[in-house]
Design a protein around this ligand. Structure first.
Ligand code: GDP
Length: 445
C-alpha cells in the first residue's frame, strides 16, 4: 500500500518527542530531521521537503509547543495541518461549464491510466448525477486505445465517438464535439494521445486540440508509481499546456506516495481525483485532509487531539499539569476534569478514539451525564477543605457524614473516592513522563 513506509517513518520520528512532559528545541529539530528524511525517501521533491520542514518548524515554535502540554501531540497536529495544506486544504471539484457540454480534455503519458480514468470519471458522473457523457477517442497513435475506450463505453453504456486511426485527432475532436451538440450530451471527455515522454509534437497536438475544444478542464493523469518523475511530468505538462487539475493513478500500488505530496506545491494545480485500482469504480475524490491522516496513520487520534485542544483551556491545563506533577491534584481539580470531559461530549465516543483506552479502569465507568455530575459535585462539596486535598483522611465515619450531607448513598461516595485515586495515579504517571496513556503510547511504539 502507498505511504506505508512514510507512515512508519513519521511515527518513528515522533517517538523522539512522545512521552516527554517537556521537550527541547534539539528534540524538535531531531524529529524534523527524521521527518525530512522520511519525505525524501517517499520521493517527495527536495524543494517541497525543505519548505515543508521550514514551515513546520516555524509553526511549532510559533505555537510555543515546547512550552505547552503534550508537545508530541501538538507536533502531530501541526504535521497533519501542514500536510493537508501542502496538498491543497480542500477537495476541488471538476470544473463545470454554465452551458452544455462541459468539455474535459485528458492528457498524460502513455500508460499513466488516461483511458481508464476517462471511463471511471464518466461512469462516476453518470451514476452520481445522471450525466450523459460522450467519450471522444482521439488517441490515434495507439490503435488499442480506441478499442479499449469502445469496450469500456459498451460495458458502461456510455457512447464513444471515434473515426478510427486514419483521421487527424484535431478533426476527430471537431466532429466529436459536433455530435455531442447534436445529441445534447452534457459532458464530453477527450481521450488524447500519450507518449513515453513529453515531446514537442505531442504538446503541439494538445495545444491545437485545446484551441478547438476550449475545454473547461484539462485533467492530467499521472502515475503515482513513477515517483519523482510523476511530479516532473506534471510540471512539464503544466508549463507547456496549462493544466487545470490532476488525477493521480495507481495509488493502490506499491508506490511511495511522494507525488501526492509534491504535485500541488510544484504546479500550483490541485489533485482532483485518485485512482486506486483497475476497476471502473476505483476512483475517489482527493481529500487532502483525509490523505494527511492516512499518511500519519492516525485519523481518529487526530480528531481527538483537535477536540481536546478546542475544549481545554490552556492555562487551566498547565495549572493542572503542575498539580499532577507535584501530586497535589485534589477533589476540586478532579471535579474540574470531569466537567471538561462532560463538555467534550459522550465519553464513549472519546474512548473509541483511543485504542486500548476503553479498558482503562480509571475511566471505565466515567460516562457522565448532567445528573451524575451534579451528584459528584454534591459529594465533593460536602467534604471539608482538608478532605478534598487528601483522600486518606476519608475514614468510614467521614464518608457516612459526607453521604448524609450530599444526599447520596455511601456506596456512591466510595466509588467517587476510588475513581479519584485511580485518575490521580494515572495522571501522576502521565505528567511525570511515564508515557502517554496506554493506547496512545502504542501508536508510537
Ligand atoms: P493510458 O495509456 O494513459 O491510456 O493508460 P491506460 O488507461 O491504458 O492504463 C494503463 C494501465 O494502468 C492499465 O493496465 C490500467 O488498468 C492500469 N491502471 C489505470 N489506473 C489504475 C489505477 O488507479 N490502479 C491500478 N492498479 N492500475 C491502473
Amino acid at each position: 500500500m502507498a505511504f506505508e513506509n512514510l507512515t512508519s517513518r513519521i511515527q518513528t520520528a515522533m517517538k523522539t518527542m512522545s512521552g516527554k512532559g517537556k521537550v527541547s528545541e534539539a528534540d524538535l529539530d531531531e524529529t524534523l530531521r527524521e521527518i525530512r528524511l522520511a519525505l525524501l525517501e517517499a520521493d517527495v521533491n527536495l524543494k517541497t521537503a525543505r519548505n515543508f520542514i521550514k514551515q513546520l518548524r516555524e509553526k511549532a515554535l510559533g505555537a510555543k509547543v515546547l512550552e505547552g502540554l503534550n508537545p508530541s501531540e501538538q507536533v502531530i497536529k501541526i504535521v497533519n495541518d501542514q500536510l493537508t495544506e501542502m496538498m491543497g486544504e480542500k477537495a476541488v471539484p471538476l470544473n463545470k461549464s454554465t452551458k452544455i457540454p462541459t468539455v474535459i480534455m485528458m492528457a498524460g503519458l502513455q500508460g499513466a491510466g488516461k483511458t481508464t480514468t476517462v471511463a471511471k470519471l464518466a461512469n462516476k458522473l453518470k451514476s452520481e448525477s445522471n450525466a450523459r457523457p460522450l467519450l471522444i477517442a482521439a488517441d490515434v497513435y495507439r490503435p488499442a486505445a480506441i478499442e479499449q475506450l469502445k469496450v469500456l463505453g459498451q460495458q458502461l453504456s456510455i457512447p464513444v465517438f471515434d473515426e478510427g486511426t486514419d483521421n487527424d485527432p484535431r478533426k476527430i475532436v471537431q466532429d466529436g464535439l459536433a455530435q455531442a451538440d447534436e445529441n445534447k450530451n452534457d459532458y464530453v471527455f477527450i481521450d488524447t494521445a500519450g507518449r513515453l515522454q513529453i515531446d514537442e509534437v505531442l504538446m503541439q497536438e494538445l495545444k491545437d486540440i485545446e484551441k478547438i475544444a476550449h475545454p473547461d478542464e484539462i485533467l492530467l493523469t499521472v502515475d503515482a508509481m513513477t515517483g519523482q518523475n510523476a511530479t516532473e511530468t506534471a510540471q512539464g505538462f503544466n508549463d507547456a499546456l496549462g493544466i487545470t487539475g490532476v488525477v493521480l493513478t495507481k495509488l493502490d500500488g506499491d508506490t511511495r506516495g511522494g507525488a501526492a505530496l509534491s504535485i500541488r506545491e510544484v504546479t500550483g494545480k490541485p489533485i482532483k481525483f485518485v485512482g486506486e485500482g483497475e476497476k471502473v469504480t476505483d476512483l475517489d475524490v482527493f481529500y487532502p485532509d483525509r490523505m494527511a491522516s492516512r499518511i500519519l496513520g492516525m485519523g481518529d487520534v487526530l480528531s481527538l487531539i483537535e477536540k481536546t485542544q478546542k475544549d481545554f483551556d490552556e492555562k487551566q491545563a498547565a495549572d493542572q499539569l503542575q498539580k499532577m506533577q507535584e501530586n497535589t491534584f485534589d477533589f476540586e481539580d478532579f471535579l474540574e476534569q470531569l466537567k471538561q470531559v462532560q463538555n467534550m461530549g459522550s465519553m464513549d465516543n472519546i474512548m473509541k478514539m483511543i485504542p486500548g483506552m476503553a479498558n482503562n479502569p480509571a475511566l471505565a465507568n466515567a460516562s457522565i451525564g448532567e445528573k451524575d455530575f451534579a451528584h459528584m459535585a454534591a459529594i465533593v462539596y460536602s467534604m471539608t477543605k482538608a478532605e478534598r486535598r487528601d483522600p486518606e483522611l476519608l475514614s468510614p465515619a467521614r464518608r457516612r457524614r459526607i453521604a448524609a450531607g450530599s444526599g447520596r448513598p455511601v456506596i456512591d461516595v466510595n466509588r467517587l473516592i476510588k475513581q479519584f485515586k485511580q485518575m490521580r495515579d494515572m495522571m501522576f504517571k502521565f505528567a511525570n513522563g511515564k508515557g502517554l496513556p496506554k493506547g496512545m503510547s502504542d501508536m508510537f511504539s
